[in-house]
Design a protein around this ligand. Structure first.
Ligand SMILES: [Zn+2]
Length: 189
């Protein structure tokens, strides 16, 4: 019969004993996790065989050789992104968002071209404004232009468009009046 070492008594293989708790004599077996600072303890009345002490730890969720606390021994939860695959609609929305961002967001200057914003892209792509903002920040960058400036720029652009419309309406009106003038001249002649 081979005499096996008592790892708890010997303090080997991540196992050890202590002989007091709160200043009172006690016999406590410990296992130290090899992956994190956790140390487990089991109160013993007498020094049992190492196998029996091991069993008390494994019953509490520990693994041994190598020693792992219940937290480190538990299987890791799956990567949430690898779980349920996104719906085709979600993928289309995200693809559309990236396309619109590339077309309408000036990443270098950190601003949208006139008429576009996270909200307008969200509406066009059918996804939330928050998601668009997250995509923009991750792929294209932050909005650097203060909201005030962006608003002013948009006002100027609207007024310019209005001015162009008015000018064109005016030209049409003038052309119509010229036409009437020609007609009246003919009648008077
Ligand atoms: Zn651990």
């Amino acid at each position: 019969m081979t005499v096996r070492g008592h790892h708890y008594r010997d303090g080997s293989k991540s196992r050890f004993l202590t002989t007091s708790r709160d200043g009172r004599p006690a016999l406590i077996a410990h296992v130290r996790c090899t992956r994190c600072p956790a140390v487990g303890d089991v109160n013993l009345r007498v020094l049992m065989a190492p196998d029996q002490i091991d069993k008390k730890f494994t019953q509490r969720g520990w693994r041994l050789d190598p020693a792992l606390c219940p937290g480190c021994a538990a299987p890791k939860p799956k990567d949430p992104l690898m779980g349920a695959s996104p719906s085709p609609a979600a993928i289309r929305g995200q693809t559309e968002t990236l396309k619109l961002l590339a077309q309408h967001f000036d990443g270098e200057n950190g601003r949208y071209v006139t008429g576009w914003s996270d909200a307008t892209i969200a509406k066009a792509a059918g996804i939330s404004t928050e998601t668009v903002a997250a995509f923009r920040i991750a792929g294209f960058g932050e909005i650097k232009e203060p909201a005030e400036v962006a608003l002013l720029r948009s006002d100027i652009n609207s007024l310019e468009a209005l001015q162009r419309d008015h000018a064109s309406a005016m030209s049409t009106e003038i052309a119509a009046l010229r036409g009437r003038l020609v007609d009246l001249s003919k009648v008077a002649a």
